[in-house]
Design a protein around this ligand. Structure first.
Ligand SMILES: [Zn+2]
Length: 593
């Protein structure tokens, strides 16, 4: 056992230095009638002479446990709302394997069971898991800490007409008997174990990239993501070989709570990025970048979440620049900067939450999953790049990923590595500590400029002044430019002006989910009710479960003092949301408490 030890793990009961899991054999049956997963999780363990091994468990029924084939005793400790319960299993010094017979319950937070109506094809049910940050323990008893990596094999039994896929070597066709076997040979933390089951198909994009989706979506998805192989090549050119052999994406039903989840070998993605014009595919670049930052080099604790996300946004924008040029990359960076400024404003009462290194003691890791980790993390790295130059920055990042591959690192180890291998080596001084340990954004932050966005701002100002808009300028605009235009409406924009813009550009009828989201936000904030936008908003919130979109719109209702309308929609929409989204909106609207 050569586990690095970091500061206290706040979000797992495991004591890996006493006894730690090293490999999982999962054997489960997935029952779509009862909405229960049942089976056995068998672990190889490494024991430092401990008389018990402690796993994490939340909302699971633990039925029986054996140690090396013989029945053993176990206790479930007291329940914590965030963490669940410690599952302490008696073992001997010589114990090599433990096998836990268990079943999930209706309360599981990782699983979302969808009925046929909630899918694209509307003929079969669907199931997907979401493990990050600490939800894997709600469908598998496990040591659920990002510091603990395991390999896994799985046997999954599903109804015959459905296909199962995991964050592992995957089938590309359905089996006749509904039995699927999986192998993940590279060690990963528990939060990256993932499973999706549905009436899905596979289409290859290259020999190592491809897509899974329902029948009615598969061709659109393949066309939308046809640059995937180019993205992998661009990423490898930047920071070294792709370590996971295969890179596939599965497009899930719209209730998936995130844009994407970087499950290794198989990214899970929201269908809201299928825009028909590849305009929202930076999401794929983002999840691909996680194959290095996050999956290969993992944050040691959720307090270090910015190491996963800040690096990934930086890497994502570099991939997008390599494929589509500097202007598109700068637009993405500037949108992120705007998101960051909004986040800083919303966190002004709790400035400690605007530090890159967080303190989540006694809190859910979800509290740290906001624009600070992503966009302040990005801005730090971008500023560092401008200070040291791109060549040195890239050599440094490449060596950082190589040195820490298949391992974890924390903020302090990163700073040491940065000082030794980049700053001191080149006699460069940089205010790293201020960026990481102080709230807000330091004054030396890189200034991000986009010529395209300057034109957008001028066009908007001219419209506000004259009520006229030159459609020769706007006709070439990308969705990002439209988003920038809409988000920058001033507070005193008139209803007649919103109506005029909607009539001219059909924002209410947009088929681009990102434009829809920001337009609906403005409609709510400004009490605009034209072109039946209210029913569109209600329909959107009842279909899409992507937390970022849903939260933005419910926040707008709250800011506009339209809480009653929000609650009316939410009561109906809530059953369509994954627990991750529902928990956030419950808190935002004070629902059910
Ligand atoms: Zn990410």
């Amino acid at each position: 056992m050569t586990l690095k030890t970091y500061e206290e793990e706040l979000h797992s009961f495991a004591q890996p230095n006493k006894a730690v899991i090293t490999h999982l054999d999962l054997n489960i049956d997935v029952n779509f009638d009862t909405h229960i997963i049942s089976g056995t999780a068998t672990y190889n363990i490494a024991n430092n002479g401990a008389s018990e091994i402690i796993l994490d468990s939340k909302y699971l029924d633990i039925e029986a446990i054996t140690a090396d084939g013989k029945k053993t005793t176990f206790t479930l400790g007291s329940f914590d709302e965030n963490l669940g319960q410690p599952l302490a299993i008696s073992i001997k010094e010589t114990t090599q394997k433990i096998a836990i017979k268990y079943r999930t319950t209706a309360k599981t937070e990782a699983l979302q069971w969808l009925n046929a109506q909630q899918t694209a094809d509307k003929t079969n049910p669907f199931l997907f898991t979401q493990g990050q940050a600490i939800l894997t323990r709600t469908w598998i008893p496990i040591q659920d800490s990002p510091q603990i990596r395991i390999t896994y094999n799985a046997t999954v039994k599903v109804p015959k007409n459905l296909m199962a896929v995991m964050s592992a070597q995957n089938p590309q066709e359905k089996t006749a008997d509904g039995m699927y076997h999986f192998k993940m040979a590279q060690p990963i933390p528990a939060y990256l174990i993932a499973l999706a089951i549905g009436d899905i198909e596979y289409k290859a994009i290259s020999s190592r990239t491809g897509v899974y989706a329902e029948k009615s979506m598969i061709d659109k998805v393949q066309a939308e993501f046809s640059d995937m192989e180019k993205m992998v090549v661009a990423a490898e050119n930047l920071y070294g070989a792709y370590s996971w052999e295969q890179f596939d994406v599965i497009v899930l039903p719209p209730s998936f709570p995130f844009g994407g989840m970087e499950n290794p070998r198989l990214t899970f993605a929201t269908p809201t990025v299928i825009a028909g014009d590849k305009s929202l595919t930076s999401l794929v670049a983002h999840e691909l970048a996680h194959s290095w930052s996050g999956n290969l080099v993992t944050n040691a604790t959720w307090n270090d979440f910015w190491l996963n996300e800040g690096f990934t946004v930086y890497f994502e924008i570099r991939i997008m620049e390599a494929l589509y040029g500097k202007e598109r990359a700068n637009m993405l960076a500037l949108i992120g900067r705007q998101d960051l400024d909004e986040e800083l404003e919303s966190l002004k009462e709790t400035p400690n939450d605007t530090k890159l290194k967080l303190d989540l003691k006694g809190r859910s890791p979800d509290d740290g999953m906001n624009s600070i980790a992503y966009d302040k993390g990005y801005l730090f790295l971008r500023t560092l790049e401008e200070k040291v130059g791109r060549e040195k920055m890239d050599a440094f990042l490449k060596s950082y990923f190589k040195k820490n591959a298949f391992s974890t690192t924390n903020t302090e180890d990163f700073i040491t590595y940065l000082n030794t291998n980049l700053l001191e080596k080149n006699s460069i001084t940089f205010n790293t500590d201020e960026w990481i340990y102080q709230p807000g954004v330091p004054s030396n932050a890189a200034i991000i400029q986009s010529n395209a966005f300057s034109t957008v701002e001028k066009t908007l100002q001219s419209f506000v002044d004259t009520n006229g808009i030159d459609t020769n300028i706007t006709k070439q605009w990308t969705p990002q430019e439209w988003v920038h235009f809409i988000r920058n409406f001033q507070e005193d924009i008139k209803i007649e002006q919103l109506q005029q813009l909607d009539d001219t550009f059909n924002f209410t009828g947009s088929t681009n989910s990102y434009i829809s989201m920001v337009w609906y936000e403005q409609s709510i904030l400004n009490n605009y009710h034209g072109n039946q936008v209210d029913s569109k908003i209600s329909e959107f919130l009842n279909t899409v479960g992507r937390r970022w979109y849903v939260t933005t719109l419910f926040k707008a209702f709250k800011r506009a003092d339209r809480l009653n309308e929000a609650l009316l929609i939410y009561k109906k929409a809530r059953p369509n949301y994954h627990a991750v989204t529902a928990n956030t909106i419950d808190g935002l609207l004070g629902f059910g408490v």
